[in-house]
Design a protein around this ligand. Structure first.
Ligand code: PA5
Length: 461
């Protein structure tokens, strides 16, 4: 279903070193498999694909009041879609930040027609995102859009206390309440089963609520209602996403030197630890995959970047970025390697025509598919970057569709667990994210932050 090819790294590493790192990755695989490593109370994602498809077999989370995955979850999501369809909803605002929006955005952008918004040919609502920034202009513009459309909201926060989505939700909730008599039926909350301000608010207001399982961290939550509901609302087949992920879950569970997650984890850790390759660039060659890079950066950045360690995850979308970052990648500081997402088959077909005058001198391409030019640009770049000292990993899927996207989600999550344990860090916490929040709360005079506020004011004098 996916293939990991490390031949573009071979001229950079010694076979014996690769063997050593495969052994390390296999040991890390055992830690993940045995569920005894750091953060092992956040491993609910490992069985999500099969659990969501067949919730009857799900064991309740220890000491937690509700099952991690409710039976009939997908039917409940369908009911929300149908209810909003009956109301004529044509705009759904998904409010969330980090793991509470990137997976859904990645899937919706990957699966949508590039010009769906302009074509207006869809029979599903437009899904837009909010709560992932604190830009006043963005929210004001969004209110303009909401005023023109038939609007509903999905507010997502596992903790239920994150400031960015909370601010956006307060503004948009007020808008919905002002404009619709059935406001509470136009708001769905996705949050913890018991904790957090959002849970309290949703219960009081009687919103339809979905649960983020306690044992699934934000960046691993795309296959919970966090990702599934917005993707379904946008009109895509979430069962196929789950089936693709379940297939991957099954194949990655087998411990072997050829397990694609082991291969990926071993090679990236070898390049990082022995070759000074501190930056990994995810390279995509299709504008629809730009948000795969954004989702992956959060997954790997938050999971591995701690204790003074970690590969810095970056992303480029080619061929556009060959004309911006290409120079640096070819000849700048030699600290990076690339992980290329290779899509073997195009979803559409456009053939370059012949022109009698040939003023643009492109007749040598007449009769070729545009995708062929793209493939040659990709191959040419691979060879040039290897010559320039940039090792290449390649992850191939046959085409962009729900199944393969589900497979990629699960592959990167599982490989992240293996890779972080290879690096000896806890993949499932993010203590560093609190530092900016503490300063922001102090600067905003949030109750409880008086001492921090005084200290920061002194520092700023
Ligand atoms: O991976 C994580 O846990 C984080 O990136 C969260 O997804 C992000 O901070 C949003 O948190 P919450 O869903 O609690 O609002």
């Amino acid at each position: 279903m996916i293939k990991v090819n490390v031949s573009g790294c071979q001229s950079f590493v010694k076979a014996a070193d690769y063997k050593k790192y495969v052994k390390k990755a296999l040991d890390a695989f055992d830690v993940l498999d045995g569920e005894e490593g750091a953060g092992n109370d956040f491993l609910g994602w490992k069985h999500l694909p099969s659990d969501v498809l067949d919730p009857r077999s799900v064991e309740p989370t220890k000491g937690y009041p509700v099952p991690a995955i409710s039976e009939g979850l997908l039917e409940e999501c369908e009911a929300v879609c149908n209810n909003w369809k009956m109301k004529g909803v044509d705009l759904v605002v998904v409010i969330g930040i980090g793991g509470s929006y990137l997976g859904a955005r990645c899937a919706i952008e990957a699966l949508s027609h590039n010009f769906a918004k302009q074509l207006r040919a869809k029979n599903a609502p437009d899904v837009v995102f909010a709560g992932n920034n604190l830009s006043e202009e963005y929210l004001a513009d969004l209110l303009d859009l909401a005023a023109e459309r038939n609007t509903a909201l999905i507010v997502i926060s596992k903790s239920g206390t994150t400031t960015e989505p909370a601010v956006a939700f307060r503004v948009l909730k007020e808008f919905v309440e002002k404009h619709y008599k059935d406001a509470s039926e136009r708001i769905v909350a996705i949050t913890d089963a018991v904790k957090g301000a959002l849970k309290t608010l949703a219960t009081q207001q009687g919103y339809k609520t979905f649960i983020v399982p306690d044992n699934v961290g934000g960046r691993f939550s795309v296959l919970t209602p966090v990702g599934l509901l917005p993707i379904m609302v946008a009109g895509f087949d979430v069962r196929a996403i789950l089936e693709g992920a379940a297939e991957m879950e099954k194949s990655l569970a087998v411990k072997s030197e050829d397990n694609p997650a082991v291969v990926y984890a071993a090679m990236r850790n070898l390049l990082y630890s022995e070759m000074g390759k501190k930056v990994e660039i995810m390279v995509t060659y299709n504008p629809k995959l730009q948000y795969l890079g954004e989702w992956w950066k959060q997954l790997y950045g938050e999971s591995e970047g701690k204790d003074g360690k970690g590969i810095f995850p970056a992303s480029v979308n080619n061929t556009a970025d060959l004309h911006s970052m290409g120079q640096f990648i070819q000849e700048g500081e030699r600290v990076m390697f690339e992980t290329v997402i290779n899509v073997e088959k195009a979803g559409r077909s456009v053939v370059i025509g012949s022109d009698e005058q040939n003023l643009d001198q492109l007749n040598y391409l007449a009769g070729q598919h545009v995708e062929h030019c793209g493939a040659m640009a990709q191959l040419g770049t691979k060879l040039a970057h290897i010559d320039g000292g940039v090792p290449q990993l390649e992850i191939s899927i046959e085409r962009i569709n729900e199944r393969n996207l589900g497979g990629l989600f699960y592959f990167f999550e599982f490989a992240c667990g293996v890779s972080a344990y290879t690096l000896d860090v806890n993949p499932f916490n993010q203590p560093g994210v609190e530092a900016y929040k503490k300063n922001m709360f102090a600067l905003l005079n949030k109750p409880g932050y008086e001492e921090a506020s005084k200290a920061i004011q002194k520092r700023l004098k």
